[in-house]
Structures are given as structure tokens and as C-alpha cells.
Design a protein around this ligand. Structure first.
Ligand SMILES: [Zn+2]
Length: 309
């Protein structure tokens, strides 16, 4: 049984189903993303972004506009241009799952920068639609896990309602390749929150995604995993880092391979595919067949309460 824990429904469902079939993936977890580009104009967010952009200090000349806010807005516009079928609202995720109940599972999303009432409403919607988890990204959603009260509410909701929290860690494309701008996605900031709340939380990308510094917060991710056994990890967008001998050995010794989960991040990793990502794990000579089965599907089935078959 192969479960892909990290799929973005940016294409038509027949294309996603076809991709899954080619890779031998039985179930795909479709992720919602609730973002508001206008959040960058909130005074406290703008101030934080500008300060971090300045402290970055080194020349990221690929950015197009002088102000960081304009670069961020431009990034969201490009995403919509590039994937015209971008379907990421909770309702759309719910509809995709309803039409393909044996193939898809859904995680909703909620923007933590909004009012408490907005967050409550979205969480209720996630429950009503029968979605299995919540996807959050401190990068694209521009929130700090420490300073944003709503993040605690979402952790509390996930813990009480047995929803899985898939939480982006590491850098992200576009302006978020600047590590200073992605700082909130350093897993170390989760520590004080996880002292109080114990949702099942998956650190997407193992704290490691970065085009410039692969493995950027791998150490911090390992530390959080050692401290809290409700912390899991997905290998999406970082399989070339995670399945390297030295790193895999550390994961095995310090966390255990029963908390490592396959994900492809389809279709956003340039030059990759679900099949490629599955084959990386199937072909890895450093792990046993049982360990491969766990990483490819059984670990995810366990936290999603799916019967293995
Ligand atoms: Zn992703």
C-alpha cells in the first residue's frame, strides 16, 4: 500500500489519478492552501518582512521588485497563472475526495492571520467535510507559530479532533528561498507550543527544503522529533537529501524510520514526479523491504487510521 501524504491538486483530477496510477500510489492526500496575498499589507507583517529582507544582506538579484511585499504578491499571481486549475479551498478538496473516495484523502487549510471567528468557521468546515487534517505553511501564510494565537487554537483543534497537522518546514520557492524570510518555518519554534499541545504533526520537507542550503534546518527538525514522539516527517521535495546515507542513518538512530513518511509534493517539484519519488525509496539500498513498506504507506496509514491492505 502506497500513500502519498503531500499532493497539491493544481491539475485536473484525471491527471492526478493518472500520475498516481503510473507511480503505483493507492491513496493521495490532497492539500488545501488558504492564503491571502493582501496579508502582506498588514502593518505588523509588512514591518517583519521588511526587517528580515534587510537583514538577509546578500544579493538575491532574482527578485523582481524593490519591495518585498510586491515580490510576494507577484509570487502568488505567478502561481495562479502557472496553475490555472489551482483548486485548494476546503470545499474544493472536499468535492475531490467525495468524487474519488477510494483514491483521495483531504487536508483542509486555514489562514492563521485572520480573526478568531474566521479560524473557528474554517475548522468547523474541515470537520463537516470529513477532511482528515490541516495543512499550514508559516511561509506562504506569513504567520509565526510563536506569536500567532490562532496557531495554538489550530493545534488544540487537531489534537482534540484527531486531525493530522501537516506543517511546512524549511524554505519555499520564490521570495521564500531567502532563509531569513522563511525563518518562521524553522522547526525549532514549535518546541514551546508542543510542550502544551500534542497534535499528530508532520514536518513537511523535514526542515530541509532550500534551493541554496539543502538541509537548512535538518538538525532542528531532528531535535524536535527526539523531544516529541507525536512529530512525524515527510520526505517531499527533499528525497535527495533525506535518503543520503549520512542523513538516513541519523534519522534511523535518533527518530526511527516509523516516523518517516513518503510524499511527492506533486506537481510543484521541478523535474520530479510521483513515480520518481516512489522509485527513490523502492531503490534505496540502505533500508530493508519492511522499512520501505512503512515509509511508503504503513506509517501514514497508521496516523490516518486507514486499514492497511
Ligand atoms: Zn507542498
Amino acid at each position: 500500500m502506497i500513500i502519498d501524504i503531500h499532493v497539491h491538486p493544481f491539475y485536473h483530477e484525471t491527471k492526478i489519478l493518472n500520475e498516481m496510477q503510473m507511480a503505483g500510489v493507492d491513496r493521495g492526500v490532497l492539500l488545501g492552501v488558504d492564503v491571502d496575498p493582501l496579508d502582506v499589507d498588514k502593518p505588523e507583517i509588512k514591518k517583519k518582512l521588511r526587517k528580515r529582507y534587510l537583514t538577509a544582506g546578500y544579493g538575491f538579484h532574482t527578485l523582481r521588485f524593490a519591495s518585498i511585499e510586491d515580490n510576494i504578491k507577484h509570487f502568488y499571481e505567478t502561481l495562479i497563472d502557472y496553475y490555472p486549475e489551482l483548486k485548494t479551498s476546503n470545499q474544493e478538496i472536499g468535492d475531490l475526495v467525495r468524487r474519488n473516495p477510494n483514491k483521495f484523502l483531504g487536508f483542509g487549510s486555514v489562514n492563521p492571520n485572520k480573526e478568531e471567528a474566521y479560524v473557528q468557521e474554517k475548522l468547523e468546515q474541515i470537520s463537516d467535510l470529513g477532511l482528515k487534517g490541516v495543512k499550514l505553511l508559516p511561509t506562504l501564510q506569513l504567520f509565526s507559530p510563536i506569536e500567532t494565537e490562532n496557531f495554538k487554537r489550530i493545534c488544540d483543534y487537531c489534537e482534540k479532533n484527531k486531525k493530522v497537522l501537516l506543517y511546512h518546514t524549511g524554505c519555499d520557492p520564490g521570495p521564500w528561498e531567502i532563509p531569513e524570510l522563511s525563518e518562521d518555518a524553522n522547526p525549532k519554534y514549535l518546541e514551546p507550543i508542543l510542550e502544551y499541545y500534542s497534535p499528530i504533526i508532520i514536518l513537511a520537507h523535514f526542515g530541509s527544503y532550500s534551493a541554496y542550503k539543502p538541509g537548512i534546518w535538518f538538525n532542528e527538525a531532528i531535535e524536535i522529533g527526539k523531544k516529541f514522539d507525536n512529530v512525524y516527517f515527510d520526505s517531499s521535495a527533499v528525497s535527495s537529501f533525506v535518503f543520503r546515507q549520512k542523513n538516513l542513518k541519523r534519522i534511523k538512530e535518533e527518530i526511527g524510520l516509523d516516523r518517516l513518511i513518503y510524499g511527492s509534493d506533486y506537481p510543484v517539484v521541478w523535474g520530479s514526479s510521483m513515480k520518481y519519488e516512489v522509485d527513490v525509496i523502492k531503490g534505496c539500498k540502505l533500508i530493508t523491504e519492511d522499512e520501505k513498506e512503512n515509509i511508503l504507506g504503513l506509517n501514514a496509514a497508521n496516523i490516518l487510521n486507514l486499514a492497511p491492505y
